[in-house]
Design a protein around this ligand. Structure first.
Ligand code: SF4
Ligand code: SF4
Length: 494
């Protein structure tokens, strides 16, 4: 099974794609050496960020019916949730944490860390659970109860909330605490970038080990805003995964700043080719907070699946009424509670627990729960990423028809009025495009399954699994089936 999915023509095509990416990234590496990149992009992004916040606040959103419509036509909600968010997920899978390279929040938190108290970080922050907890609050309170992704004002408040936390953590703690230990966006991108074929590495570790000044990790340069040593606790020479590096280029810049004329062989860190899913293939275990983050992420993914017309139509053709309506207790509170319990507890629990029981009971694999969660659960990551690829492509593309109206009317109010008074048709893509998205998702899932098989081959070898090995290969398929059933079941419940 070793290497099987990528033998032959497929391997050559993948190599070609990676080669093109590398050519582009060589240019990016050159850009990173310049004084103005990425800091100038971060400043532009910060201006855009402030602009989006202002537009969100100036959008009239008191009527609940109006809010739902406005979600697609307002620049703030459309850009943040229907373009930026899907794009950064997609880019993390194929390029890595490229968003972090130009993220304006990094600039803000780094600035406040420079003038702040620089306190040591307590263990509970370093544990990684703060990020997962933060994400859980955003999902349950923000997305489920307040529906911030529909409401421009709430979206603006959310952006300010993120900025506020980055400022406070920057002011209190040393180094770049926010990006490494608090930001759920960066954490999620770190998990998905395990699949990316590129990563930040040094070319010759031996030169770094002998380096006398170690400027790339020297505390003296940590609080610079551009030519800075690493603020997220990494040692560039030892980086062996994409999890935490922000691709900021700081260590590359400090390294070249302090290079002397006789050490031209010094291997500046740079973005290099590591091979598709190179990180994942090393089977580095997930930390438990990372696994729990994935647990929650799968819940939100199941919810997003209902944006597929086919899935919601399929649910509706079987079910004329849902459980909440039938029960007669369809208050907002009950709906929210059912939504949260179903998506973020019941279905993820089945999703992650069932494969474990199959492994232990049917295959008689002696494996502890923590080993399963931290190591074996990696086999599901390609499948989760595949679902996201399909979902985000659909999310971005279906909103295309709205953009021409958004450019003319950034608050989206006039557009919605025109739609409601039937002066213009609700912009939408033809129905057949739905099937194109389904085909994309199926193709992505097939690729995801192949990648999972490759991981299973390695794991089975590591754990010396012989008996029932075939069943091991069924696990990703079972995982997919539970997700699809969970998505259909959601329509039945709510
Ligand atoms: S970790 Fe978060 S705040 Fe930091 S650069 Fe990445 S997305 Fe931005
Ligand atoms: S390792 Fe280098 S590029 Fe990565 S976050 Fe640290 S300073 Fe930035």
């Amino acid at each position: 099974m070793e290497g099987w999915p990528f033998k032959g023509k497929t391997a050559h095509k993948l190599d070609d794609i990676i080669l093109i990416m590398i050519l582009m990234l060589n240019k990016l590496n050159k850009l990173l050496e310049t004084i103005w990149f990425p800091i100038s992009f971060r400043i532009i992004a910060l201006i855009a960020f402030i602009g989006l916040v202002i537009i969100g606040f100036t959008s009239p959103t008191d009527d609940p019916f109006f809010i739902n419509q406005l979600a697609k036509t307002n620049l703030t909600t459309s850009f943040v949730w229907r373009l930026w968010w899907p794009l950064i997920v997609l880019s993390a899978i194929f390029i890595g944490r490229i968003w972090c390279m130009i993220c304006p929040v990094e600039l803000v938190t780094a600035f406040f860390a420079r003038i702040g108290f620089k306190r040591k970080r307590p263990g509970w922050i370093l544990s990684g659970w703060v990020i997962t907890l933060f994400y859980m609050i955003v999902l349950v309170v923000g997305i489920t109860i307040l529906q911030i992704d529909l409401n421009p004002k709430y979206t603006s408040l959310y952006l300010l909330f993120i900025l506020g936390i980055s400022i406070i953590s920057g002011l209190i703690f040393e180094k770049n605490t926010f990006c490494r230990y608090i930001c759920p966006v960066g954490y999620m991108l770190g998990i998905f970038s395990k699949l990316a074929p590129l990563g930040w590495r040094v070319k010759k570790e031996s030169v770094c080990i002998k380096c006398p000044d170690k400027s790339c990790i020297n505390d003296k340069y940590i609080y610079q805003l551009n030519y800075k040593s690493c603020g997220v606790d990494l040692i560039p020479a030892e980086i062996n995964n994409n999890n935490h590096c922000l691709l900021c280029g700081g260590c590359m810049k400090t390294c070249s700043t302090y290079k002397t004329s006789n050490n031209t062989s010094r291997p500046n860190p740079a973005i290099v080719k590591i091979g598709f899913a190179g990180d994942l293939m090393m089977l580095q275990p997930l930390r438990l907070p990372e696994w729990f983050f994935l647990f929650l992420l799968t819940g939100s993914m199941i919810f997003e699946m209902n944006h597929f017309q086919v899935i919601s139509d399929l649910g509706a053709s079987f079910i004329s009424n849902n459980i909440i309506n039938i029960s007669g207790i369809n208050t907002d509170l009950v709906k929210d509670l059912a939504h949260v319990l179903y998506l973020y507890l019941v279905i993820p629990l089945i999703l992650w627990a069932l494969p474990y029981f199959l492994l232990v009971i049917f295959m008689k694999v002696k494996i502890s729960l923590s080993t399963y969660l931290q190591k074996v659960s990696l086999i599901f990551l390609p499948v989760i990423a595949a679902f996201f690829v399909g979902l985000v492509i659909m999310e971005i593309t279906t909103k295309f028809p709205f953009y021409k109206y958004i450019i003319q009317d950034i608050t989206g109010v006039e557009t919605i009025k025109s739609i409601l008074f039937r002066q213009i048709e609700m912009p939408q893509l033809p129905y057949w495009t739905e099937w194109v998205f389904i085909l994309i998702m199926i193709s992505a899932l097939i690729a995801g399954i192949f990648l999972s098989f490759k991981l299973i081959g390695r794991l089975a070898y590591n754990f010396d699994i012989r008996k029932g090995r075939r069943l091991f290969y069924i696990l990703p398929v079972i995982f997919i089936l539970i997700i699809l059933t969970g998505a259909l079941g959601y329509g039945f419940l709510i």
